[in-house]
Design a protein around this ligand. Sequence first.
Ligand SMILES: [Zn+2]
Ligand SMILES: [Zn+2]
Length: 389
Amino acid sequence: MDTQYREQIDRQLCANCGGTIKWNIAKQRLECASCRTPYQAETTVDKVEEHEFADYTRREGERVSFPETTIIACEGCGAQIAVDAHTTATVCPMCGSTQLLEARQEAGVPPDGVVPFRIDRETAQQNFSKWVKSRWFAPNRLKQAYQAGKLQGMYLPFWTFDAEVTSRYWGSGGTQHHVRDRDGKTRTEVRWRPVSGQVGGSYDDLQVCAAQNSASQVVEKVLPYNTVENTTPFSPSYLSGFLAERYAIPATQAVDSAQAQIQADQESRAEGEILSRGYSLARVDRVEVCYHRLTYKHVLLPAWTSAFSYKGKRYMYIINGESGKVGGQRPYSVPKILAAVGVAAAAFAAAVLLLSGEPAPRPVGEASQQEAVVCQGEFAWQAWDETLN
Ligand SMILES: [Zn+2]
Ligand SMILES: [Zn+2]
């Protein structure tokens, strides 16, 4: 072990007693886990910095994401997990595999900020138990397997993007007219006129999950995080006792999701603008978005996770470490659903809704900035969309 590495570890030890400095969730502060002396986070910056997106590739080649930690690669799902000197990992928190190997750390952008844990393990466990109890359609044995799963505190990698844009749009505005035909009957006719114009917008912290794809879908169930208000400058001290996943999706790929959100939002703003001109109907054909500013940052967001196998399939659940929201995957118990069909048609309708698995499409115009939170990637997991609030 070289001297520099030794010093970095030393900074996370208590000057008073040599104990480990950890994040105390109840008190919302860093302190010595043994003598409770409070500590300030050791950071090199006063505030969380945004970076020019154009400069991303250069920055990515310069450093590694977690200089003070060992990287463990999961043979099961490919996740790369950062493990500090005070933590061990024997089971992959993202997929439950025990095939973990120490790996060389690839170059990468270090975290700019972190949202520290607000929900402790006990609260996470309680929320999770409530969630399991409400899964009336899950097989009982699976419920037991869920309960036995041990929660692991970990930080999930995210990119957030800020942007300022203006857009030109082309479309049509429609007005309704009542016309009387030859038989004397009235009907409604829509007359369309071509319209074009300009809209714009600024976007703050569009969140894109950068975890391994297999986990992204579950992560999506527990969004959003309040990165705008709760992100603090990154310090390795926050990671003590927790695991952290190294980002699997680079910002150059994640930016596509953010831009798709912006495009959709600009389209709905264009629609709104057409309506504001007095038309009762609006149709948007084309929107050209021009970026005046595009910045990003890398943040780590807190989660309690557990993953396990049941009848040869892997399951995972996540509890948002900031809000306590629960999300996960589970199989359906066919006998239970059939029983419900016999009991009530309403229950059947609900089961069909759940079985369809597709999240309801978001109506155009609802993509507000705060909601514009996306996770991307091919989803290897079965889709469903229930969460406990
Ligand atoms: Zn101490
Ligand atoms: Zn894994």
